[in-house]
Write a protein that binds this ligand. Structure first.
Ligand code: 4NP
Length: 145
């Protein structure tokens, strides 16, 4: 799960997917990171921690980190939140790894390239959580056993 700062959207997506993996006994690994590294080593935004906690998702232990080239090798799919994340990652992707990059919302809203709007400035964390949850559920319905 990748966003810009790895303190709002991708930690929520990481936490929601982690919970779905546990609930569905899936043999998957999920992690999250950001493209800009400005918040390296920090916990998620307190507003993200709160909105997740209200829905039974604990993201308080997560630590922000920047995406690495190794992530493209290590993971089968890289789910991004918006067009800017897409542009950054497609530029840094090693050969033959670009196809791994998909919008998180692709599986709930196919073909729309629908962004998860950044709640960092406008405070719309509940809206972000709902869209992220819907998207993760659709992903698990498609690829989970
Ligand atoms: P995120 O939100 O990409 O969903 O983690 C942001 C958090 C911080 C900043 C930008 C976006 N920032 O520039 O500090």
């Amino acid at each position: 799960m990748v966003c810009l700062g790895n303190i709002c959207r991708s930690p929520l997506a990481h936490g929601v997917m982690e919970k779905l993996i546990l609930e569905n006994n899936l043999d998957w690994t999920v992690d999250s990171c950001g493209t800009n590294g400005y918040h390296d080593g920090e916990s998620p935004d307190p507003r993200a921690i709160r909105v997740a906690s209200n829905q039974g998702v604990d993201i308080s232990h997560q630590i922000s980190r920047r995406v690495t080239i190794d992530d493209f090798i290590q993971y089968d799919i890289i789910l991004i939140m918006d067009q800017m994340n897409y542009a950054t990652l497609t530029k840094m992707a090693p050969p033959y790894q670009k196809e791994k990059i998909q919008f998180l919302t692709e599986f709930a809203f196919p073909g729309k390239n629908l962004p998860v709007p950044d709640p960092y400035y406008d405070n719309k964390f509940e809206e972000a959580f709902d869209l992220i949850e819907k998207s993760c559920l659709a992903f698990v319905q498609k690829f989970g056993k």
